[in-house]
Design a protein. Structure first.
Length: 725
């Protein structure tokens, strides 16, 4: 018995679970120690990051997925996975550089003086490569970024953008560039710069503390100066859009820096202390003016993390410490570029390599296993049973379900299961209603697909469990744990650590972006009309889609945003039609956007839509609506009916929502190995992971922390040694 491997049941195949499994199988000693099985609802991995291919091979994403340049631990794992996979010459995505390309341009929309104005942003590039070294850049790299930034401020964003494209490899030059070694530490010069900057800020903190104690009149003098100067600044700001942004951004920057100094944020526990306040309230505490609170630099963090309570744009809330930490990471530690785009779907780029590597390492995958309940043992100290709905079995003669298909030479996840591989327990129902199979959603807790009820038992099927299903599912699956008086932390977490549902859609058009009227570089655009306030042109994926001759698109655009909905998704017994209703709403919200009926942050309708961004896409007969004939439709329908050929979804189910970092809730998050149960660990963006925002990097860090808790090993986390990161 001492030689038997520890059987580890991993519930859920999202990025945190797969990260934990990746590290728990990262060497031979660990592979000899653990026998790991991943139980996944439906037919594909990826959780909120899953993507699929439809019958024609087009990419259908759960949402808009871009990877920021400070995602060190994400890129470390992905780079290592691509290297380990060692795909053959000629594979279209042989290297990670072919899969991810750096991008330096973004845009945020501002509604100023009664109309929309684009705020064009060229991120200064640098020579760093994410996943290499520590979290910091070198002084030389920071200096180069400063030169690019100042050039852009003095002459315009185009100069900064041009410098970045000339100084650093992009396009084919990026793909052929040599990789520095994975991991490592910050250089001595970077460490010196960090220590000096930290000491300067801490000196300011101690000075502010001394002044509050011995010269309190200085605080009054500072506030008086700002009160007198502000009306002058407002008058200057009313002269032009550029001056408006300048003065309001200065006001935001002064309040942010003042708060960091006065509230001693960089001292131990400083971020956690201000997490009890909403970010805007914290800025108000430090003198920001009311008008500045609705400007771009303040709104950015709310939008990037979908931080709309109940999905309501009028209820933007995020913990102040979490917001400040995320802003510092995003602004000061990105490598190479501000963000990276994938050249195919996230499932193809991220989860296919992870699946292939883990399968090689001996990890077993049980698809079509929908977890329904975790049961506590009689003594209340462990998980002794797990109820599972086995949605399907493989056909006789099939050893295991193989989930991938190959399109344009790339291994992908289909948007629907491969039914010939599985036994259909709903055959009789389907034969009575041939269209029933089209309505099946094996990834939904609201679907009425009939499966087989089975139980996984401790000591027989598993020894330890990793619960890697999102927090919104805790109320669905963990009633025993919530109601156990021994573990009140589960009740507190389930009630207070909440999530938000999102909405997304994709369009495939006959014309390219320039022909549609967008005259800037390919964008990542945000802070536009609600609820679909974020847009990215994703035309780089077209070569990896399999369109019939004559129907090839010239542009693909992805749109996303927070969707209004309840804090906690209702149980299927309470509202079985919830997901169907939200999906219908998602379609309406997408069509409203295409008709130019988007709303502002307080619900005012008719504020704009797609033709504000692509003015040549407007219908000449029905402005500001889109010209529906631009949408590619194999059935060649007319008018608005052509939208039925596009792709939309509501991510409203318990396993699809993004976790919110609301004020005062991060302290209620659970650490990976401190669940109150001997054989249970947790992982996901909802656990205590140091970042807390709904970022992929937070999810990856959670997975590494879970692997540490399970194995008792200090697997590396890049940036962990920096107290402000």
């Amino acid at each position: 018995m001492e030689d038997r491997k520890t059987r580890l049941a991993v519930l859920g195949g999202g990025p945190a679970s797969l990260t934990a499994v990746y590290w728990l199988t990262s060497d031979e000693e660990l592979r000899d120690r653990y026998d790991i099985t991943v139980y996944q609802m439906g037919w594909r991995l990826g959780g909120k990051g899953a993507s699929g291919r439809d019958a024609n091979g087009r990419i259908e994403e759960h949402g808009l997925h871009l990877l920021f340049g400070f995602y060190e631990n994400f890129f470390y794992m992905v780079r290592q996975a691509f290297a380990d996979l060692d795909r053959p010459e000629g594979h279209p995505l042989r290297t990670w550089r072919q899969a991810f390309h750096p991008h330096d341009f973004a845009c945020e929309e501002s509604f100023i003086f009664g109309e929309w104005h684009p705020w064009l942003i060229a991120f200064p590039g640098n020579s760093g490569v994410p996943g290499s070294g520590g979290a910091l850049l070198t002084p030389r790299q920071y200096l180069a970024m400063a030169v690019q930034f100042l050039a852009g401020q003095a002459i315009g964003w185009r100069l900064s953008y041009w410098l970045t494209q000339k100084l650093y490899p992009r396009g084919e030059a990026w793909e052929s560039a040599e990789d520095p070694p994975l991991g490592g530490e910050d250089s001595k010069s970077a460490q010196w710069l960090f220590r000096m900057s930290q000491r300067l800020l801490l000196a300011a903190t101690h000075t502010a503390r001394w002044l509050r104690k011995y010269a309190p009149w200085t605080g009054w003098l500072y506030k008086t100066f700002r009160r007198i100067f502000w009306p002058i600044a407002k008058r200057l700001a009313s002269k032009s859009v550029r001056m408006h942004r300048l003065w309001f951004d200065i006001d935001n920057g002064v309040a942010l820096l003042t708060g960091i100094i006065v509230d001693e944020v960089l001292l131990p526990g400083g971020f956690e202390k201000i997490d009890e306040l909403d970010y805007r309230k914290w800025l108000c505490k430090h003198g920001i003016h009311k008008e500045t609170l609705s400007t771009n630099l303040v709104r950015t963090i709310y939008d990037a993390a979908f931080s709309y309570e109940d999905g309501d744009p009028a209820k933007q809330r995020i913990a102040a410490g979490t917001a400040v930490r995320a802003l510092l990471r995003a602004a000061w530690t990105y490598k190479g570029a501000g963000y990276y785009r994938m050249h195919a779907g996230m499932g193809d780029i991220v989860f296919t390599p992870l699946y292939q590597i883990l399968r090689k390492r001996g990890v077993k995958f049980e698809f079509f296993h929908k977890v329904e309940a975790l049961h506590v043992s009689e003594d209340g100290e462990s998980i002794d049973r797990i109820s599972v709905n086995r949605q399907a079995l493989v056909q006789a003669g099939v050893d295991e379900y193989y989930p991938l298909v190959t399109i344009k030479g790339v291994e992908c996840w289909p948007s629907k299961p491969d039914y010939p591989q599985i036994e259909d327990p709903n055959r009789e129902r389907r034969e009575k209603d041939p269209r029933a199979i089209e309505r099946v959603n094996l990834e939904s807790y609201y679907d009425d697909w009939i499966g087989e009820q089975v139980e996984l038992r401790a000591g027989e099927h598993y020894d330890e469990v990793i619960f890697g299903i999102p927090v919104a599912a805790v109320n669905f699956l963990c009633r025993d744990l919530i109601e156990n008086p021994r573990t009140p932390a589960w009740r507190d977490m389930a009630e207070n650590v909440v999530s938000v549902q999102t909405v997304s859609f994709q369009t495939w058009m006959k014309k390219d972006l320039e022909s549609l009227g967008w005259t800037y570089p390919e964008p990542l655009l945000s802070l536009f009309v609600e609820p679909l306030n974020t847009w990215a042109d994703m035309s780089q994926v077209i070569p990896f889609e399999n369109w019939p001759p004559g129907l090839e698109p010239r542009d693909v655009s992805y749109f996303t945003g927070a969707q209004p909905g309840p804090k906690h998704p209702p149980l299927p017994t309470e509202d079985p039609e919830f997901q169907t209703r939200m999906t219908t709403l998602a379609k309406k919200e997408a069509i409203d956007f295409l008709l130019g009926r988007g709303t502002d942050t307080v619900g005012k309708a008719g504020m704009g839509g797609i033709t504000n961004l692509m003015p040549r896409a407007v219908s000449p007969f029905d402005p500001p609506s889109i010209d529906w004939n631009l949408l590619i439709d194999p059935r060649n329908r007319r008018g608005e009916a052509r939208f039925d050929s596009q792709y939309w979804r509501s991510n409203c189910g318990p396993s699809e929502r993004c976790t919110l970092a609301l004020p005062g809730t991060n302290r209620l998050r659970m650490k990976a190995g401190e669940t109150g149960y001997d054989n249970l660990y947790v992982t996901g963006d909802w656990t205590d992971n140091n970042l807390y925002c709904a970022f992929m990097e937070a999810t990856i860090q959670s997975g590494i922390l879970t692997a540490r808790a399970v194995a008792g090993r200090e697997f590396p986390i890049i940036g962990e040694d920096l107290n402000f990161l």
